[in-house]
Design a protein around this ligand. Structure first.
Ligand SMILES: [Zn+2]
Ligand SMILES: [Zn+2]
Ligand SMILES: [Zn+2]
Length: 313
């Protein structure tokens, strides 16, 4: 078994800018927080004061300033944990804070879209193992949520129903790509998955954003996140790297067509160190699958929901 960095971390790192009580680059001192802690990113990629000025060179070169806000959310005061190693109760604190952050940022007049995402593991270029996510809130709807926005709108106009509700129903009746589920959420390997163990996490009820989730659904989201991330860690007995994030209603309108969901994009293919690279044909021509979505779902489904580091045998 390969020993990964996060398995040998200490619970507190005096040099970590996210650990409780430590100083950050801004000179601010983190409070002695006990569950979650959010702060404005000290090196933000977006600034609220950026003028939304347009630049163009004829019709060929067009650009626009993007005002926005970047925050960091620490999931736990413990430097050495990950979602997979946290309790469902503690994950629920994170889920509730995600909803609060979405509500707070989306209410700001400047903001029309809130992207919450977690980049986990050194393989994904994550520089600090402290469990955390980033929240980037922007004035415009970014490219991929924008594409989904158009698809959801067009489908609703054409069929009078929600594309992701219909898709979920199809997956349930086929029952080939579902990994795990509870009363309120389902995790599945999507039909169109490109990454070997890519998953899509869907709310069973048609809700547009996290604020619309009731308390039972917030708890169910924590439960499914724990079960899915434990399966991921168990797959190659490693602290599984991934990029994950939530797609939800842009805040420029009510958007009844939106269906709240999360994507997990993990790079690993065959072991804790053998990953997929999107290169060659896939970079130049089209995406290819290394293993089928059905076999990936079956492998994840068969794994235990007890973390391998907690297993007694
Ligand atoms: Zn830390
Ligand atoms: Zn729906
Ligand atoms: Zn999406």
């Amino acid at each position: 078994m390969e020993v990964t960095a996060s398995e040998s971390q200490a619970a507190y790192d005096p040099n970590c800018y996210m650990c409780p009580g430590n100083l950050r680059a801004s000179g601010d001192q983190n409070p002695a927080y006990r569950n979650v802690f959010a702060f404005d990113n000290d090196y933000p990629a977006l600034l609220a004061a950026t003028p939304p000025d347009k630049y163009s060179e004829g019709s060929l070169l067009v650009a626009k300033g993007e005002p926005g806000i970047c925050r960091v959310l620490c999931f736990s005061p413990r430097h050495d944990l990950t979602l997979a190693r946290m309790t469902v109760t503690d994950i629920q604190q994170v889920v509730e804070e995600w909803a609060r952050q979405y509500e707070d940022l989306s209410a700001q007049p400047l903001i029309n879209y809130v992207q919450i995402f977690e980049n986990r593991g050194a393989m994904m270029g994550c520089s600090n193992p402290h469990p955390h996510c980033q929240i980037w809130a922007t004035a415009t709807i970014p490219d991929y949520p924008g594409v989904e926005q158009n698809s959801l709108s067009e489908y609703r106009e054409k069929h009078g129903s929600c594309m992701l509700c219909d898709y979920q129903q199809t997956e349930h009746s086929l029952n080939q790509r579902i990994v795990c589920e509870n009363n309120d959420f389902v995790a599945l390997v999507p039909f169109w998955a490109t990454w070997p163990f890519e998953t899509l996490l869907l709310s069973k009820r048609h809700v547009a954003d996290m604020v619309a989730l009731n308390s039972r659904e917030l708890a169910a989201l924590a439960d499914i996140l724990k079960r899915l991330t434990v399966r991921y860690d168990n797959l190659f007995q490693t602290s599984f790297p991934y990029s994950m994030g939530f797609h939800q209603r842009p805040s420029d309108g009510p958007h009844p067509e939106w269906h709240f969901h999360a994507h997990f994009y993990p790079p690993l293919l065959r072991s804790a160190s053998v990953r997929k690279f999107i290169v060659g044909y896939e970079l130049l021509a089209a995406a290819q699958r290394d293993i089928t979505a059905e076999s990936a779902a079956a492998r994840l489904r068969e794994l235990a929901e007890v973390h391998y580091l907690d297993a007694t045998s």
